[in-house]
Design a protein around this ligand. Structure first.
Ligand code: GAP
Length: 452
């Protein structure tokens, strides 16, 4: 399958099966914004839950949910008002705007030059000089729109953590090293959005700030790099599809930084950044707020500003990586009603069972002899624990195919043997192997398979 095809196929499956829709689609869509449909919202929730468990089910990491709107001084202290900019150029011919540092990736906006890269237009002198554009969305608190009541939609969740450093430390009585984790929306007025969910204007981040003694920064940087790569691999991303990219050019706050990149069909792209942010943020907030964001070590009797190792993953970008990584098409043999065999293609999402939107589908083989009632009862029972889909329409092979496309790891079928001995078949998505188990053991069976 050609690489570019996969993104197109995933975009089309996302719409068909209800993973992702264009925002405000009936009005022609809003560029750089997407809506998560019934299956998408489950997958996204499962990605976030997998991250949340991995991060906060630890002795030394606390959770937080800070507000999106924060005091405007936060963004002055963080450096975002001054530095959170991208270079922008305008094309004098087609009047389109481009982010000047990624022109090799972007297509020229003119219909006459379809498929041509914007870098070519630059080389031909069609662009204006680059000027800096601040990516923060600005609004105002209250009815007056003046400079005294400016607020920003947060461009990263991290600052909500720094400004709560003392609150969390004191209320949780944590000692260094400890971390604060947060999942939440972030907004960036990107000049060019691109590649489906990869670069959008509204997205979600899963960020953790780990507060440490300054001299331990190299050790913890390595530790978190490894932890985060392992997390993606644990949930099914193929290791050979991941790359570690070391930054040569560092952000204004960082001493060292790496990106965990995934090999998307359009090339390697960052899905998470690991940054040594030093004491930059805590010191800046100390300076701007007048509150000392420091740590007192009872044992050494030292007072100092901790360093921070940040892990910053995009929930939406990880969602896209998991979806693309899971997408597959394969030829399978099917048995026809006359006993003969033929082949057909199946589209399948090999999602990790813990991430799959629906964990189990339940089918009556035929709609008679009370099989539907039994299947309904099984469905209701399983719903105490899992997201379940009941389906009694069409041939059972078709029902399997629909669930394969949704990534459902297990399908339970009630058949004539169920009527005799209360067993069902349970079919595993990837191998298509079917086992017979007691209908009372389905919950236990699935729990066992979902265990990480
Ligand atoms: N707090 C540090 C920070 O925000 P970043 O590298 O700018 O660092 C972290 O962003 C992650 O957020 C990225 O690795 C990516 O997964 C996600 N992200 C950033 N901008 C995004 C966008 N416009 N659309 C979707 N995800 C984005």
């Amino acid at each position: 399958m050609a690489k570019v095809d996969i993104t197109e196929k995933v975009v089309s499956l996302s719409k068909r099966r209800g993973f992702v829709f264009q925002s405000s689609e009936i009005y022609g869509g809003l560029n750089g914004c997407y809506d998560y449909g019934p299956l998408g919202v489950e997958l996204l929730k499962n990605v976030k839950e997998a991250w949340w468990k991995d991060m906060t089910f630890r002795e030394n990491i606390e959770g937080l949910d800070a507000s999106i709107l924060m005091h405007p001084r936060v963004w002055e202290a963080s450096g975002h008002v001054e530095n959170f900019t991208d270079p922008m150029v305008d094309c004098k011919e087609c009047k389109c705007r481009f982010r000047a540092d990624i022109l090799e990736e972007i297509d020229c906006g003119s219909k006459a030059y379809k498929g041509r890269k914007a870098i070519k237009c630059q080389q031909e002198g069609k662009f204006t000089e680059a000027r800096n554009f601040n990516l923060m969305f600005k609004s105002h608190i209250g009815p007056m729109e003046d400079s005294t009541n400016v607020v920003y939609l947060r461009p990263e969740t991290a600052q909500g953590i720094y400004v709560n450093f003392l609150n969390v430390k004191e209320s949780s009585r944590q000692k260094l090293p400890f971390g604060i984790a947060q999942i939440g929306k972030a907004f960036r007025n990107e000049i060019n959005t691109k590649n489906f969910l990869f670069r959008t204007r509204e997205f979600e981040q899963m960020e953790m700030q780990f507060f440490i003694r300054p001299e331990e920064d190299a050790k913890w940087f390595e530790y978190w790099k490894e932890q985060r790569i392992n997390w993606f691999v644990k949930y099914g991303i193929k290791r050979e599809k991941l790359n570690i990219h070391e930054h040569e050019k560092l952000a204004h706050y960082a001493k060292s930084a790496v990106d965990i990149e995934y090999e998307f069909p359009f090339g390697f792209g960052e899905i998470e950044g690991i940054h040594n942010r030093t004491d930059f943020d805590l010191k800046r907030h100390t300076e701007y707020s007048g509150k000392r964001l420091e740590y007192f070590d009872d044992q050494t009797k030292e007072k100092f500003t901790p360093y921070v190792i940040e892990t910053s993953a995009g929930a939406s970008r990880s969602f896209m990586a998991f979806l693309i990584n899971a997408y597959d098409e394969e030829e399978v043999t099917k048995e026809n009603s006359d006993g003969s065999k033929s082949t057909e293609m199946r589209t399948i999402l090999h999602l990790h069972p813990a991430l799959a939107p629906i964990k189990v589908a339940v089918f009556p083989l035929v709609n008679r002899d009370g099989m539907q009632d039994i299947a309904h009862n099984i469905t209701e029972d399983l719903r105490n624990n899992f997201k379940v889909f009941y389906d009694d329409s069409g041939a059972v092979g078709r029902r399997y195919r629909r669930q394969d496309e949704c990534g459902t790891p297990f399908c339970v079928t009630v058949d004539s043997e169920t009527l005799e001995n209360s067993t069902v078949t349970i079919r595993e998505r990837d191998s298509m192997v079917q086992e017979r188990i007691s209908k009372d053991k389905i919950t236990e069976y699935i729990h066992e398979k979902l265990r990480i």
